[in-house]
Ligand binder design. Sequence first.
Ligand SMILES: O=P(O)(O)OC[C@H]1O[C@H](OP(=O)(O)OP(=O)(O)O)[C@H](O)[C@@H]1O
Ligand SMILES: O=c1cc[nH]c(=O)[nH]1
Ligand SMILES: [Mg+2]
Length: 208
Amino acid sequence: MSVHEIRHPLVRHKLGLMRQKNISTRSFRQLAGEVGNLLTYEASKDLELEDYTLDGWCGDISAERIKGKKITVVPILRAGLGMLDGVLEMIPSAKISVVGLYRDEETLEPVSYFDKLAGDIDQRMALVVDPMLATGGSMNATIDLLKNAGCTSIRALVLVAAPEGIKAVQQAHPDVDIYTASVDDHLNENGYIIPGLGDAGDKIFGTE
Ligand SMILES: O=P(O)(O)OC[C@H]1O[C@H](OP(=O)(O)OP(=O)(O)O)[C@H](O)[C@@H]1O
Ligand SMILES: O=c1cc[nH]c(=O)[nH]1
Ligand SMILES: [Mg+2]
């Protein structure tokens, strides 16, 4: 498994803006989508292509198209929805598989409350999107769910990752690559990423 920390200047710049203390809901939400968009670009760089012939304006033309597995985007509710539009801008025909989880504030364990996966998930590559990879509990529970449904190709796209969460995913699911805008420093005593973004769900939805 690999961790891809995307150090593109646009990603670095936008993530810096997201870390500002008093950022508005509107700006945070917009930037989450924009960084999600750029992470999707990076996470799709190695998709396999195949040649085909199309009927072009001047006759038959040789072109390329993405081969093999189709894609399902898997937002983890709630905060993953903040990245969804940006991801879909890059892959507009992707199916969406929704997973509802929240993290118990005391135990930090994920609590499941919803899932609705694409019917043919065993034939799709899953791009799991969530702004925060903290302890890794929510991501691992989502990957477990996808694998139990037959999905064999999974990538995780997160805005910020803690080393603790990366380690947990690496141990449980060594076949899953992680794409992130930043590997941050550590988790605090409440399980929040430092420096992180604070509570991403609250910032995207304007709740507190
Ligand atoms: O790696 P973990 O320790 O599991 O923490 C990360 C999870 O916590 C946040 O969700 P939260 O539980 O706040 O739910 P929300 O998106 O509804 O706000 C975040 O969006 C991840 O899903
Ligand atoms: O730092 C963190 C950790 C979990 N969930 C968040 O929204 N932020
Ligand atoms: Mg939250």
